[in-house]
Ligand binder design. Structure first.
Ligand code: IVH
Length: 687
């Protein structure tokens, strides 16, 4: 892509990577962070979001390829038992033919046989067993040293802690090479959970696996079911006195005999043509595999011949990766239509001249939102490049310049294609504000309302919600509570007992906790965490509805966009009617309200910068946050106060430029005391 926006994105991505690297150094090496953790997270999130839109700009060195929650420069590193080389590779059949020719020229034809395996799209890892016991697991790193990720690798099911020597003796030192990956269904689950928490999902399973294996909390790794296939053994062990392996096939059998997981997808080929057929056959099945692969690895089977060929500094001369061509194809946009999602977001979709991409016929592709389509300037009739990444919906990547007249620029409709309501812009998105009546949103909203974090109504999933809506039994959420067992019994899949159970579950849900109700309403931008803070601040649904935009914005974690969205949602007249009806039917349990009086600093943003001496930055931050303030990482117009220690740098300059009040540590304590706040916690009681 060569348009200016991509160049902008590339420049921003570069800037973000530099900034993140700088903060990593401040945090991990100098132990002197300049920004708060949440400001750091914001940078990483922004980078991840940009990379998701521009996967072609993702590089192996990007912090997103190693960050998975916590920054991880804190991981120890270790040298590999032997260098972990790369693979010679190409998507070009001629280049692969040449590999075969080179190899035969050096060895002759005698004994040449290839072993073929899928090229797994994960991360390669070295796992060392000492005395048969798992001693450490190290990422590839720079090929010589990598990061020690033993604790996370231990969470992989199927990886033995101890190798079995029952059929094949286990050498004292075993260094196994393999690939760690996240199976596709687990990838979907991980992303779904991230989305439910209001976080940015991973762009692909590889990133998700990398983020998981390199973060610091093994409990988090354990919650994401990583998998591993072992595919190689350190050269010095094989064919040695202790192991009888002479071929790669024997190595794989040996790895399996020791109890290691070995990919059952495996084939043999006598020559390049046969190898190519295997490649094509696997390419056709690529989408049916439960994990991502990006090609086929062709390896010389005989270990003695491998030794004869040796390696370059970069790759062994006895192996070659035939890569799948990128899953991108050119097609033509026949029409652009819009569809309304379950949350009311109106998504433009390109209807394409059908095209086969990686064995799947694609006739629709996602254009995401108003800004995306404007940025790429996609119009009906345009020639476009379409990509399928992982199992995600195909996307229009870019427009391909062709000579000739173009159609008119695309305009989002003014009215909802499902219910006719006047649409509203919300950030880059366009949304239908008619949350509860719009037919396109009805089913999704019932499912969300009844979901586990919502009212947690057992037996009310997608299938049931669909029937309720399609049979006209529920046109509005509150009608759920009027459903009689006899009506429920008429639904497919229901009988007397199950109908009564659902009825009882619905009636039980009429007494619930406010955070569940707020979450279940599907208010835009309000995830489970915000629902909780809103509930604590306001105590009742009525109070949330009565809150001003300012009062909403003063709630921790609620910014101006979110405050506007919440306010707009509850005051939309049709939504308000539904909320009235729900309030009449649902009783929320009392919750301890955190009064704003107890938080005199609500709405105040404070920045700490420079070296503090009397107390740590964390202590100060904790105190002001408890009082309702936001401790921000950078100075902006919204900053109320800058607390500057010695060596304060650019933030101090910026604060001065913006005319923001700057105080030193003593001034900060005086500021708090002036508000009647006890500062004993910061001064050790001796202020
Ligand atoms: S063999 C010295 N077999 O591909 C060669 N590699 O581009 C050792 N990979 O870093 C590699 N699946 O992470 C081998 N079945 C497979 C593989 C595989 C994936 C990766 C591996 C390596 C990369 C090279």
């Amino acid at each position: 892509m060569t348009d200016d926006r991509t160049n902008d994105a590339a420049a921003r991505i570069e800037a973000l990577r530099r900034e993140i690297a700088h903060h990593d150094h401040r945090y991990h090496v100098l132990d002197a962070p300049e920004i708060a953790d949440d400001a750091y997270d914001e940078l990483v999130q922004e980078l991840r979001a940009l990379e998701a839109v521009h996967p072609e700009l993702v590089t192996p060195g990007s912090p997103t390829q190693r960050v998975g929650g916590a920054p991880n420069a804190a991981l120890d590193t270790a040298a590999h038992v032997a260098a972990m080389l790369s693979l010679d590779s190409s998507a070009d059949p001629v280049a692969f033919q040449q590999f075969d020719v080179r190899l035969r020229r050096a060895l002759g034809d005698e004994g040449v046989r290839y072993s073929l395996e899928p090229k797994l799209d994960g991360l390669s890892i070295e796992i060392v067993f000492e005395g048969g016991r798992l001693a450490r697991a190290v990422t590839r790193g720079d090929g010589r040293r990598g990061e020690v990720v033993t604790a996370n690798v231990r969470t992989i099911t199927g990886l033995p802690e101890r190798l079995s020597g029952a059929t094949v003796p286990v050498p004292a030192l075993v260094a196994v090479r393999g690939e760690v990956f996240l199976p596709l269904d687990a990838f979907d689950d991980v992303n779904e959970a991230l989305l439910a928490d209001g976080k940015t999902p991973f762009a692909n399973p590889r990133n998700a696996a990398a983020g998981t294996i390199r973060q610091l909390d093994p409990a988090l790794a354990a919650s994401r079911p990583l998998a591993l296939y072992a595919y190689d053994l350190l050269e010095s062990e094989v064919g040695g006195a202790e192991t009888p392996f002479e071929t790669h096939g024997e190595v794989l059998a040996g790895l399996a005999a020791w109890g290691l997981p070995v990919n059952p997808e495996h084939a043999w080929a006598r020559d390049a043509d046969e190898a190519w057929s295997v490649f094509e056959e696997l390419a056709g099945r690529r989408d049916a595999l439960p994990y991502e692969i990006d090609g086929v690895v062709v390896k010389l089977d005989a270990l003695a011949l491998r030794r004869a060929l040796g390696s370059t500094a970069h790759h062994p001369r006895w192996a070659y990766a035939i890569k799948f061509p990128p899953r991108k194809e050119v097609s033509q946009v026949l029409r652009i239509v819009t569809s309304v999602g379950r949350t009311g977001a109106v998504t433009p979709v390109a209807l394409l001249r059908p095209v086969s991409i990686g064995g799947v016929t694609v006739s629709r592709a996602n254009l995401h939102n108003r800004e995306d389509i404007e940025r790429k300037d996609i119009r009906e009739g345009d020639t476009v490049r379409v990509e399928r990444a992982g199992d995600v919906i195909p996307q229009v990547v870019e427009r391909v310049e062709v000579a000739g007249e173009r159609g008119a620029p695309f305009r989002m409709p003014d009215r909802c294609p499902s219910c006719g309501s006047v649409l509203e812009p919300r950030g880059p998105y366009t949304v239908c504000p008619n949350a509860f009546e719009c037919p396109a949103q009805r089913i999704g909203r019932i499912v969300h309302f009844a979901s586990r974090r919502g009212l947690d109504i057992d037996g009310l999933g997608e299938r049931t919600a669909r029937q309720l809506v399609e049979r006209g039994l529920v046109t509005q959420l509150p009608q759920l509570f009027e459903l009689e067992p006899a009506m429920l019994e008429t639904l497919d899949g229901f009988a007397e007992v199950s109908a009564r159970n659902l009825h009882d579950a619905l009636q039980r849900a009429r007494r619930t906790e406010l955070p569940r109700l707020l979450y279940g309403l599907g208010i835009p931008e309000v995830g489970a965490a915000v629902a909780q803070t809103l509930a604590q601040r306001f105590g009742t649904l009525a109070a949330v509805r009565g809150a001003s935009i300012e009062a909403l914005e003063a709630v921790d974690g609620v910014g101006p966009v979110m405050a506007g969205a919440i306010h707009g949602f509850v005051h939309e007249p049709r939504n308000a009617e539904v909320l009235d009806a729900l309030e009449a039917r649902i009783e929320t349990l009392p919750i301890e309200v955190v009064e704003p009086e107890a938080q005199p600093l609500v709405g105040v943003t404070i920045v700490f910068t420079g070296a503090l001496e009397r107390f740590t930055r964390d202590q100060a931050r904790a105190v002001v946050e408890r009082l309702g303030a936001r401790a921000a990482g950078s100075v902006s117009k919204r900053t109320r106060l800058v607390v500057a220690g010695s060596d304060a740098g650019s933030k101090l300059v910026k604060a001065t430029e913006l005319g923001i009040e700057v105080v030193d540590e003593d001034g900060f304590l005086a500021y708090l005391e002036g508000l009647g706040i006890d500062t004993g916690e910061l001064t050790g009681g001796a202020s």
